[in-house]
Design a protein around this ligand. Sequence first.
Ligand code: NAD
Length: 288
Amino acid sequence: MAAEIIDGKAIAQQVRAEVAEEVATWLEAGHPAPGLATVLVGDDPASGVYVGGKQKASAEVGIEGFDHRLSADATHAQVDALLRELGDDPRVSGILLQLPTPEQVDGGALTEIIDPSKDVDGLTPISAGLLAKGRPGLRPCTPAGVLELLRRHDVELQGAEAVVVGRSDLVGKPVAALLLAQHATVTICHSRTRDLAEVCRRADVLIAAVGKPALVRGDWVKEGAVVIDVGINRTDAGLTGDVDFDGAAERARLITPVPGGVGPMTIAMLLRNTLTAARMQAGEPAWT
Ligand code: NAD
C-alpha cells in the first residue's frame, strides 16, 4: 500500500482561514479584537524567528499582537511581573512565554503563573489537569494540531489502538490524553519501553514524538495504519522526522511528511486557542 500523504501545510492554512473568518464575525458583533501577547527573553535567533512567525500569523487573522522582548539579562522577577501585568490586561486574551529562557529566568516556574484562562500554549498545571480529567480547557498547540489532522482525515479513533512514542509534557502526554478523550485505546511508550517495535506494530494510529531521526522503522508499521510524525530533527540531509518515511509509507494508509506535516499546525492551533480564550473571557462557553 502506498500511503496518502497528510498535507499539514494545506490543513493549517484552512484552519487559519477559518480563524480569520471567525475573528471577523467576532469583531462585527462588536467585540474587541482578540489579543496575543508573546514574551521573549534574550536574543536566541531561533526563538526570535518563532515569536516573529507567531505574531505575523496573528496579525494575518485579525488578532492584535503584543510583542514583548526583554534583554538577555532580564531578571526572573521582571518576567514574573510582566506576565502578571499581561494577566490583568483586558486587551490580552492569550499569553505565551517563549521557551527556553536564559538561565537566571526559570521558564518552567513562570509558565505556571500564567493566568489559566489566557494559557494559549496549554502548558500550565491547570490546563494539564483539565485535560487529564477530560474537562474543557485550552489544549497544547502541537497535540491539538495532531488531533486536527486526524479529524480532517476522518480517522476513526473510537476503539482504535493508538500508540504514542514519547511521554513529554509538551507532546506525548497531552496527545495521549486527547486520543483517550476520543475513546482510543492508548499505549504510551518511552525510552524504557521493552520491545518498542512490537508495541508499535499493534497501532492503528501511531504517533512518534521522540526527537530521534528514523527511530520508527517501516516494518514497525501495521498495514493500513495512520502514522503521525511529530519529530523535527536537523540532520546533514536536512529536516527529518522520527519515522523512516519511505519504509513506513509502503505500509501506512495515511502518513505525515516532515517538514510539512505536524509542524505548520502548531501556529494554526495557537491562533484558534487565542480566539477561544477571547470568547471564554467574554463569557461564552467556548472551551474546547
Ligand atoms: P522530549 O525530549 O521532551 O521527549 C522525548 C520523549 O521521547 C521522552 O518522553 C523519551 O522518553 C522518549 N524517548 C527518547 N528516546 C526514546 C527511544 N529510544 N525510544 C522510545 N522513546 C524514546 O521531546 P518533545 O518536546 O516531546 O519533542 C519530541 C519531538 O517533537 C522533537 O523532535 C521535537 O523537535 C518535536 N516537536 C515538534 C513540534 C512541532 O511540530 N511544532 C512541537 C514540539 C516538539
